[in-house]
Design a protein. Structure first.
Lengths: 352, 173
C-alpha cells in the first residue's frame, strides 16, 4: 500500500486507538481508475473483525481527470440521501501518514459479481431482466436527488439549462482532454465537433452517476446495496447514465423473441422515475462514451508515461481501450467499419 | 542481430508466464494482473516488430497531407487571420520535423516525435476545416476528405498493433 508512509497497522492504531489491529488488506483487482483496498481490522483484541474500504489515486494519478477530493465529497453528500452508498468515514492527507491523499468509507457486504448473470442458460433470463429493473430503480433514485439543495453544483459543472445539456457534456470532455496536454488525436477533434452538432437537450437536469452498471455497484440477494465509483458524476441528462450503464440494459433474447430490450428498459425507467428518456438521446450518449474512452485512455497513457510506478491496468487502458474508443468513434463518423459488439464486450471481462 | 532475438525472448517470457507462473497464482488480484501482463507482452512484441515501419509510413503519408493543408490555408490567408494563424502552425509542424538525411539512423522515439508534431498540424488544420465545411465539393471539403482518409488509414495501422495481441485472448483484468 504505497499511499501510506508507514505500515497500515500503525496507521490503524493512529486513527482508531492503541487496541486496533490489522487483520487483512486486499486490493480490488478490477480497478482501472483508482486504487481500492478492502481492509479488515479489529478495534480491540476482543472486538469483532470490522471492514472498511480505502480509496486513493494510482501512484501516477487518476485515470479519470476528476479529483479524489470530489469523489469523497460525493460520498459524503450522498450519505444524506436515499441513494444506497457506503458512508464516508474520513479523508487523509497528513503527509506524516499519507504519501498521497486517500479516503475511507464503510464496507458494504455484497459483490459486484452476480452469480449466473452471464450464464446463457434460459433459466437465468429472468435474473437478467430483474437485475436490469433493479439497476433502473436505483438510477431513478440517483436522478431524483435534489442536487442544488446538496450543493453538488459547487463541485460538479452544471449546464445552465436543459437545452444545452448534451453540448455542455461534450465540452466538459474536451476540457478534460485539453487539461491532459497529451498527444494530438485528430479523431477526437472530429468526434467532438460532430457530437456537438447533434447534441440533444435533456428532459430534466439531474445528478448523473457516470460509470455505472455491472462491475460498479454492490449487489446482495438481487438488490443493489451500494452504488460505487462516483468519479464521473456530473449534472446532466439522465440518458447519459442509461447509455453508459454496463451490461444492464442490453437485449435478452430467447428463441428469436426479445424478452427485454432498450425500449422496455426506458419504459420501465419512466414508470419509476417519471422521466421520459428517448432512444435517440441514448444513441447520442453512447457515442459520447467513445469520446470519453479516448480522453481517459489518454489520461492513462500519460500516467503510464510519467512514472515507473504506473499500474499495469493503466498501461492496458492506454493501449487497447484507447484503440477501441477510437474505433467506435471512427465507425460513428462513417470512416471505419463498425466494431463487433463482442469486441467491446471483451474489454469488461474479468478473471473468474 | 543477437540470437535469441528480442521477439524470441518475449515469447519465451509469455510462455513461462502462462505455463509456470499463472498456474501457481491463487489470488484474484495476482491472476488478474498476470492476465493483463500476458496481453501487454503480446502487444509489446507486435510493437517491436512493426511500430518503426508504421511510424515511417505515417510520416510518408502526413507530409503531403500537411503540404496540402498549408497550400489551402495560404490560398485563404489574405483577409482571414485564422487561416494565417493555422497556416503558420502547419508550417511549423512541417519545418520543425524536416526529414533528416536518408542515411541517418532513426529510432522509434525519434519517429514518434516527428509523427506527433505532424499530427498536431493535422489537428489544427482539421479544427479550421470543421468550422468552415459546408458540404460542397470545394477545397475545404477536399482537405477534410483527405484528413478523414488519413484518420482511417492511421487507425488501420494501429489495429495491427492491438487486435492480434488482445482479441480473443480472454479476460483483460
Amino acid at each position: 500500500m504505497n499511499m501510506l508512509e508507514k505500515p497500515l497497522a500503525a496507521y490503524l492504531i493512529h486513527k482508531l486507538g492503541g487496541g486496533a489491529a490489522l487483520v487483512n488488506a486486499t486490493r480490488f483487482p478490477r480497478g482501472s481508475s483508482r486504487e481500492t483496498w478492502f481492509i479488515e481490522y479489529r478495534e480491540s483484541a476482543a472486538g469483532p473483525v470490522k471492514k472498511m474500504v480505502l480509496r486513493s489515486d494510482m501512484p501516477s494519478g487518476s485515470t479519470i481527470p476528476s479529483s479524489l477530493a470530489q469523489e469523497y465529497f460525493m460520498y459524503e453528500r450522498l450519505g444524506h440521501t436515499a441513494v444506497p452508498v457506503a458512508r464516508a468515514l474520513w479523508w487523509e492527507d497528513d503527509p506524516t501518514w499519507a504519501s498521497r491523499p486517500f479516503f475511507t468509507r464503510e464496507h458494504i457486504e455484497g459483490s459486484w459479481n452476480i452469480p449466473h448473470y452471464h450464464d446463457p442458460d434460459p433459466a437465468y433470463d429472468n435474473l437478467r431482466i430483474e437485475v436490469s429493473k433493479e439497476h433502473l430503480r436505483k438510477l431513478a433514485i440517483v436522478h431524483q436527488v435534489d442536487w442544488r439543495a446538496l450543493g453538488l453544483d459547487k463541485r460538479l459543472p452544471a449546464p445552465r439549462n436543459e437545452a444545452e445539456a448534451g453540448r455542455v457534456y461534450v465540452e466538459q470532455v474536451e476540457e478534460q482532454m485539453r487539461g491532459l496536454h497529451g498527444q494530438p488525436i485528430p479523431l477526437f477533434v472530429a468526434g467532438a465537433h460532430w457530437l456537438k452538432s447533434q447534441a440533444p437537450g435533456a428532459p430534466r437536469l439531474v445528478l448523473c452517476k457516470g460509470t455505472n452498471g455491472i462491475g460498479e455497484e454492490i449487489f446482495r440477494d438481487g438488490t443493489i446495496v451500494a452504488m460505487s465509483d462516483w468519479e464521473e458524476a456530473a449534472i446532466g441528462d439522465p440518458a447519459a447514465d442509461i447509455a453508459f450503464a454496463q451490461e444492464v440494459v442490453g437485449d435478452v433474447v430467447r428463441d428469436g423473441k426479445k424478452l427485454w430490450g432498450l425500449s422496455d428498459a426506458l419504459n420501465y425507467y419512466h414508470s419509476v422515475s417519471g422521466i421520459r428518456v428517448t432512444e435517440e438521446s441514448i444513441a447520442f450518449y453512447r457515442k459520447v462514451q467513445s469520446l470519453k474512452m479516448m480522453m481517459y485512455s489518454e489520461s492513462a497513457a500519460e500516467g503510464t508515461h510519467s512514472t515507473p510506478d504506473a499500474s499495469i491496468r493503466q498501461a492496458w487502458t492506454g493501449t487497447e481501450v484507447a484503440y477501441v474508443g477510437k474505433r467506435i468513434m471512427a465507425a460513428a463518423l462513417g470512416i471505419s467499419p463498425p466494431l463487433p459488439p463482442e469486441r467491446f464486450g471483451e474489454l469488461n471481462k474479468s478473471i473468474g | 542481430m543477437l540470437r535469441p532475438t528480442s521477439i524470441d525472448v518475449l515469447r519465451c517470457i509469455g510462455r513461462t508466464l502462462d505455463t509456470m507462473i499463472v498456474p501457481a497464482l491463487n489470488g484474484v488480484a495476482e491472476r488478474s494482473a498476470a492476465a493483463t501482463i500476458g496481453h501487454l507482452l503480446r502487444h509489446v512484441t507486435l510493437r517491436i516488430e512493426h511500430e518503426g515501419r508504421i511510424l515511417h509510413d505515417e510520416i510518408v503519408m502526413l507530409r503531403p497531407l500537411l503540404a496540402q493543408a498549408r497550400d489551402y490555408l495560404q490560398a485563404r490567408g489574405a483577409g482571414d487571420p485564422e487561416a494565417t494563424r493555422v497556416g503558420a502552425s502547419v508550417e511549423r509542424a512541417l519545418s520543425a520535423t524536416a526529414p533528416t538525411s536518408s542515411g541517418e539512423y532513426r529510432d522509434v522515439g525519434s519517429l514518434a516525435d516527428e509523427v506527433w508534431a505532424l499530427r498536431q498540424g493535422v489537428t489544427d488544420a482539421l479544427q479550421y476545416v470543421l468550422a468552415r465545411k459546408s458540404g460542397g465539393a470545394d477545397a475545404t471539403a477536399k482537405l477534410h476528405d483527405a484528413i478523414e482518409t488519413y484518420m482511417a488509414w492511421q487507425l488501420e495501422r494501429e489495429s495491427e498493433l492491438i487486435d492480434p495481441a488482445f482479441e480473443g485472448f480472454g479476460p483483460r483484468r
